[in-house]
Design a protein around this ligand. Structure first.
Ligand code: DAK
Length: 260
């Protein structure tokens, strides 16, 4: 059904691999559309708790937007329309109702890093290289990457990375908080699965509320975000899962979540 991605399900986990290894998994428009369809499919599947996004092959997560397609854009209107029509997919990932983890297994450049930045959490292999080199092509990141990066590393470091286009190592990305963990390449997917299952096994309404709070909170004044926190907290205290979690703690047993 998909030509440019692989979509696998393993119990409560879905794994989406961008699958154009000959072009180092560069994102052409067709691939981005397929990612959008897969996100819709996974979002609607109540059995799935977490999504891992990675790149097929050994060398790349995603080496950017497909440069040959950008080269064929002939007017600013066409460029802006392309931006608007495909931007939705990156925003769709960021707002998805499941936890999303980018497993960065090599180059994550340009649109590839933007894809990873749309995810909730990023883990990387020791050999990964990350960067936003768009300025070297006469562009800026066009899928929210500079702005999402700014919210992680601050304005000056984001300016440094975007304006130099410098590629950084996985360890440097870890130091900057762009990735949360680094593993040897051969352990990356097992660790990403473990992380997805850890989060997936936590109380589902609570993890969803945490995602909503942190996503919306980063776009609000603190005072408003605290009000949202209070509303979500109040909502959770009245759920069966909160009763179950607190009772299970007191009874020294494992909780069984209902998602209610
Ligand atoms: N696009 C198309 N093909 C790519 C590609 C890319 N981004 N990256 C690599 N490839 C292809 C190469 O052309 C080559 O193809 P063949 O010659 O074998 O047919 C094959 O993948 C293997 O690549 P290399 O031979 O170059 O492999 P190396 O190991 O020597 O080098 C590299 C690996 C990752 C350092 C190098 O491939 C490289 O620098 N790639 C380009 C990286 C890059 O600049 N990426 C950022 C692209 S700019 C937009 C929104 C966002 C964007 C654009 C538009 N709109 C809103 C409209 C985002 C822009 C970007 O991402």
């Amino acid at each position: 059904m998909y030509e440019n991605i692989l979509l696998e399900r393993e119990d409560s986990l879905a794994i989406l691999s961008v699958n154009r290894p000959k072009a180092l998994n560069a994102l052409n428009a067709a691939t981005i559309r397929e990612i959008g369809q897969a996100i819709d499919e996974i979002a609607a599947d109540s059995a799935i708790r977490a999504l891992i996004i990675t790149g097929a092959g050994e060398k790349a997560f995603v080496a950017g937007a497909d440069i040959s397609e950008i080269n064929h854009i002939t007017s600013s209107m066409q460029g802006m329309q392309t931006s608007q029509s495909l931007h939705g997919v990156f925003d769709q990932i960021a707002a998805m109702n499941k936890v999303t983890i980018a497993a960065i297994n090599g180059y994550a450049l340009g649109g590839g890093l933007e894809l990873a930045l749309g995810c909730d959490i990023r883990v990387a292999s020791t050999n990964a290289q990350l960067g936003l080199p768009e300025v070297n092509l006469g562009l800026i990141p066009g899928w929210g990457g500079a702005l999402r990066l700014q919210r992680i590393v601050g304005t000056s470091m984001a300016k440094y990375l975007v304006m130099t286009g410098e590629r950084i190592s996985a360890d440097e990305a870890l130091r900057l908080g762009i990735v949360q963990k680094v593993y040897p390449a051969e352990e990356l997917m097992a660790e990403a699965r473990k992380l997805a299952l850890t989060i997936g096994n936590n109380a589902p309404l609570a993890t969803a509320a945490a995602k909503r709070l942190l996503n919306a909170g980063s776009e609000m004044p603190l005072r408003d975000a605290i009000q949202l926190e209070q509303a979500l907290f109040g909502h959770l205290t009245a759920t069966e899962d909160c009763k179950e979690g607190t009772t299970a703690f007191l009874e020294r047993r494992k909780p069984e979540w209902q998602g209610k």
